[in-house]
Design a protein around this ligand. Sequence first.
Ligand code: FEO
Length: 395
Amino acid sequence: MKKAIKGNAFWVGKVDWELKKFHGEEYSTHNGSTYNSYLIQEEKTVLIDTVWNPFAEEFVDNLSKEIDLDKIDYIIANHGETDHSGALYALMEKIPDKPVYCTANAVKSLKGQFHKDLNFHVVKTGDKLDIGNGKELIFVEMSMLHWPDSMAVYLTGDNILFSNDAFGQHYANDRLFNDLVDPAILYEESIKYYANILTPFSAILRKKLQEILSLNLQIDVIATCHGVVWRDNPMQIVEHYSRWANDYQENQITIVYDTMWNSTKKFAEKIAEGINLEDPDVTVKLFNISKSDENDVITEVFKSKTVVVGSPTFTNGILPSVAGFIYLAKVLKFKNKKAAAFGCYGWSGECVKVINEMLSGAGFNLISEGLRINWNPDEDAEAQAVEYGKTIARA
Ligand code: FEO
């Protein structure tokens, strides 16, 4: 069912209430998601983006109930990833000759995934498309936000920025607009999306935000491809992005560990106690990574000034759960965060050395040589762990 956005722009996407994992099994979506597609009906009729493959048939059926598909003049493909292009080729079977506007990289990604040529029209930043009634679409390349093919498009007159993935969040809802949904969920899903998807591209994002702001475009609405349409103070999400893209951190220390016989868990709790004793104002959060959602923990790391990582020694190394987590943090390229290692051991005791190497390799600034405890911490070792927590809090 089509829903009005502003003027003659409408939402024609799909709400995916059931989705619990996105990107295969890579990203948890506790609140589902939406694939937002938009229809603009001026003198020319324009479709912006489509939906994920499993909903292709439903999408084309629904769209054909709203409009004679032959009346579509232009299709805009802002991004080739299949959550937005998955229904494009099903649609193009009905209207094969219609022009598809996208970046040069999007042609590569669409042809690479679907192995079929379309009537592609390659656009660059600043290119315009007249859609009648005095309105134009202005294209803005958004390379690496978050794929090389990403693009946004701005509708003059109604001042809508169709931003694709940027400013989105995985949040299934039937209310569509940011002022009609739960603001706490909206914020958490937005920062999780940034932390887990956009963190590696923060430097590019800083430049792109400047570029967009220097265009002096009046932005009344930001229509993303996931989650809500920002119509109430839409620049609030741009301001959040400005902060998040600048090595964001709160007064938080996050302790991430795994444990085999609870010795390293006890160690983690004593470190937390020491941090609290030294600095009662700092927020401390503990996560057993094997029992936690990895994407949620990454979001907590994103908010943190320091991350403390622990594992027992396991076959001359560390537990794979902890190693995998540090690897994930590494590819997300966190900047300006401190880190410290800890762990218990029985025999060979490599845990802290291995964690230190991995944390350094992941770009964290180590604040100490780390602390390891032999066997299950006794009273003296617990006191050492508390002192270690105090050291971390002071760093
Ligand atoms: Fe929502 Fe990069 O796709």
